[in-house]
Design a protein around this ligand. Structure first.
Ligand code: CMC
Length: 427
């Protein structure tokens, strides 16, 4: 008998089956052989929230949550954050390799050539009220691109896939900045293809006033985007893969991913953290707030992670960037509350025993706020950073011969068959 197998005995029947082990997993479909009656459906696994289910084989991003390790295509996040640019990382995620100098020049030019948005998109963005949440606007924006670019439906054409990916990377910052300025009643600022990606984004947002964007802020933005660029099979990426598995076009798939990201347990956490810190208001209120967390009245937003049971390596880098940004913008008083909140929580048995540490969202909002972004736009910045990861995962999915339409099973616990009740028979 080969050692790379798992033997399972069904104690209901005494039946024994042997399943192959590959990459520390067994094929779930193999369990279906386990039946009590010959006409039974067969055994399945029950895994709400997919806590222990591998849904794909991927070569994009590696996370070791116990050791606090994150790598894109094998490169440690710390090195990419220190040495790379966001578009270079986007190239790495999409193509699997760091570009040579000339390839990077071409790649930057290719993305920056796509920064103009369609007239129809501008018209759509103008229809939103000033109080519309930017994530709702972003879902609509990307969904609308499906209608504007119907050729994106050629999802089995590799060249077409790349064309759509570049278009989305190029247009997203422009659409976000257009929507933001429109909300404020300001005229749009045209993209400047000669600038770097983040530089151009801050320029279009108009957060630098009339002058040039401070290079420290442009670099901070770039690094924050790098830190958000991918995180393997998280909620939004899994949503994207589910949608794209039906051969839906990438704009519909990314719009769905943005919807998943919007929630406060995922990308909406950066906005929720800022609101939480503002509500705490002062370091003296921290103990009372943590008591509420421990009484399960509220969650400590920006803490905890499904995968990381150690310090999120991204949070460490974000915390360091915060102080670099404050050198330019002046400090954000909420940082003192955040630092003390973190320190107090990390000494408290509630958080220690559950291995809850700050995640990427804990400090990022404090930086965004210092840079002048309004709180409700924070999740949009997460989405902008995550776009290359979503697109890389989509491309991987589309060229994976083992992938099929996503279609989980359920455990049906509802009524057995019963006859229809006429109106006068109902209680
Ligand atoms: N505050 C208080 N308790 C928490 C928190 C928190 N932030 N996170 C987890 N717990 C507790 C939870 O109550 C549970 O305790 P018990 O076992 O006694 O019932 C235990 O820790 C395990 O939590 P869980 O909810 O089963 O863990 P999960 O893996 O299902 O959820 C999470 C992960 C990120 C949704 C959760 O930690 C959370 O809600 N965090 C706050 C929101 C947040 O910061 N989200 C951003 C995540 S990082 C960015 C991204 O990629 O999305």
């Amino acid at each position: 008998m080969s050692e790379q197998t798992l033997t399972i005995t069904d104690n209901r029947t005494g039946q024994t089956i042997e399943l192959p082990i590959e990459n520390d997993t067994i094929p779930a479909i193999g369990l279906r052989q386990l039946k009590v009656q010959a006409d039974d459906f067969g055994m399945m696994v029950y895994d709400p929230g997919y806590t222990n289910t591998a849904s794909c084989k991927s070569r994009v991003t590696f996370v070791d949550g116990d050791r606090g390790i994150l790598r894109y295509r094998g490169y440690p996040i710390e090195q990419l954050a220190e040495k790379s640019t966001f578009l270079e990382v986007a190239h790495l995620l999409l193509f699997g390799v760091l570009p040579t100098a000339s390839k990077l020049t071409d790649w930057n030019a290719r993305v920056m050539a796509q920064t103009q948005i369609d007239r129809g998109l501008k018209a759509l963005l103008k229809t939103f009220d000033a109080d519309a949440h930017p994530m709702g606007i972003l879902v609509s924006t990307v969904g609308a691109m499906s209608a504007l670019y119907p050729e994106s439906k050629q999802v089995h054409d590799g060249r077409n896939r790349l064309q759509q990916a570049v278009r989305l990377l190029g247009q997203l910052p422009t659409a976000i900045a257009f929507a933001y300025r429109n909300r404020l009643g300001l005229p749009p600022t045209d993209p400047d293809g000669a600038l770097g990606y983040s530089d151009n984004f801050l320029h279009m947002m108009g957060l630098s006033g009339d002058g040039e964007v401070d290079p420290v802020l442009a670099r901070a933005m770039d690094v924050l985007f790098i830190l958000h660029a991918d995180h393997e099979q998280n909620c939004s990426t899994s949503a994207l893969r589910n949608i794209a598995s039906s051969d839906a076009d990438p704009y519909c798939a990314v719009a769905g991913a943005i919807g998943a990201l919007y929630g406060p347990l995922h990308g909406g956490a950066n906005e929720a953290v800022l609101r939480m810190l503002a509500e705490i208001g002062s370091t003296k209120n921290i103990p009372a707030f943590l008591d509420r967390v421990k009484n399960r009245e509220v969650r400590l937003m920006g803490f905890g992670h499904r995968v990381y049971k150690n310090y999120d390596p991204r949070a460490q880098i974000v915390k360091k960037i915060a102080y670099e940004v404050f050198e330019v913008t002046g400090t954000n008083p909420l940082i003192d509350i955040a630092v003390e909140l973190e320190g107090t929580a990390l000494e408290d048995d509630y958080f220690v025993s559950r291995r809850l540490y700050p995640n990427v969202d804990f400090y990022s909002g404090i930086i965004y706020q210092a840079m002048g972004f309004p709180v409700e736009i924070f999740p949009v910045l997460f989405a902008l950073g995550r776009a290359p990861g979503w697109l890389a995962q989509w491309m991987e999915l589309m060229s994976d011969a083992e992938q099929r339409i996503a279609r989980p099973r359920q455990i049906y616990l509802g009524e057995a068959e019963r006859p229809y009740l006429s109106m006068d028979e109902r209680g």
